[in-house]
Design a protein around this ligand. Structure first.
Ligand code: IPE
Ligand code: IPE
Ligand code: MG
Length: 253
């Protein structure tokens, strides 16, 4: 009957070291809870966004230290434009504020800054800061720090469908030959692998229009912590949990 006893993996606990051979290559983070963090302290919502910037720095360093290859930070969704004007304006100033302080260190740490999202609609000063950071880090070879800004997955998929339809109409694409791999290349994330691990903070358990196609086989991890409070230990806990999971992709393991 010995075969009935399932051989269990050694239980990983909070103190066990991380497996350096099983680090998620692409970690995506839905940085949520800035507003509630501020409210809890009797501060304006934008104070939460300001504090959230420090968490971006912390988690970038944590991810880099672990050997994560790509860290995508969901910073502004296509739906976030519906927020009050002052809040949107503040959020649009954050990239230049963040990069003014951090770019030099990012360059030194060999980080590559990128952006995923629609350029149109973004203020010129926001784009200028991101373009500058992208240009200054283009030749770096370390962690890709990718900001999802003015990003929304339904629109992304819809635009890809339109591109495919136009190419088919023009005769440059054979619809019968269109496969998942080719379609993936039409998305805004064409150059990135799918996320292995998705983290969302603040206790909300939803995707909010984030990487719907790309997260088909992503491992999800949710934290009750508000984003400004999210630390290195939390990030490592997420990775530890990721390492406990068995990814089956529909097959048998
Ligand atoms: C996340 O925090 C930042 C953005 C969405 C830009 P929120 O601003 O959504 O904070 P909550 O969810 O209202 O607490
Ligand atoms: C998702 O958070 C978008 C970002 C973190 C940038 P939201 O706060 O906008 O999501 P909902 O509205 O709670 O779904
Ligand atoms: Mg929110």
């Amino acid at each position: 009957m010995a075969w009935l006893w399932k051989k269990s993996k050694p239980e990983a606990n909070a103190l066990s070291p991380l497996d350096r051979d099983n680090i998620p290559q692409h970690v995506a983070v839905i940085m949520d809870g800035n507003g509630r963090w501020a409210k809890q302290r009797g501060l304006p919502r934008v104070a939460g966004h300001h504090a959230g910037m420090k968490a971006v720095k912390r988690i970038t360093i944590a991810a880099d230290e672990l050997g994560v290859k790509t860290l995508t930070m969901y910073a502004f969704s296509t739906e976030n434009w519906t927020r009050p004007r002052e809040e949107v304006d503040y959020l649009m100033r954050l990239p230049s504020e963040f990069l003014a302080i951090e770019l030099q260190e990012l360059i030194e740490k060999n980080v590559q800054v990128r952006m995923t999202g629609w350029r149109e609609g973004l203020p010129a000063h926001t784009l200028a800061a991101l373009d500058q950071a992208e240009a200054d880090t283009r030749h770096n070879t370390g962690l890709i720090l990718n900001f999802a800004l003015n990003y929304g997955s339904r629109r992304e998929i819809l635009e890809a469908v339109k591109t495919v339809a136009r190419e088919a109409e023009a005769g440059t694409l054979d619809l019968d030959k269109l496969d998942e791999e080719t379609f993936t290349k039409k998305l805004l994330t064409a150059d990135l692998p799918d996320p292995d691990l998705l983290i969302r903070t603040s206790g909300e358990i939803r995707l909010s229009n984030f990487m719907l196609w790309q997260s088909a086989y992503t491992e999800f991890w949710f934290s009750n912590r508000y984003w400004p409070d999210f630390g290195k230990e939390d990030f490592e806990e997420a990775v530890r949990e990721y390492q406990r999971r068995t990814r089956r992709y529909g097959g048998l393991k």
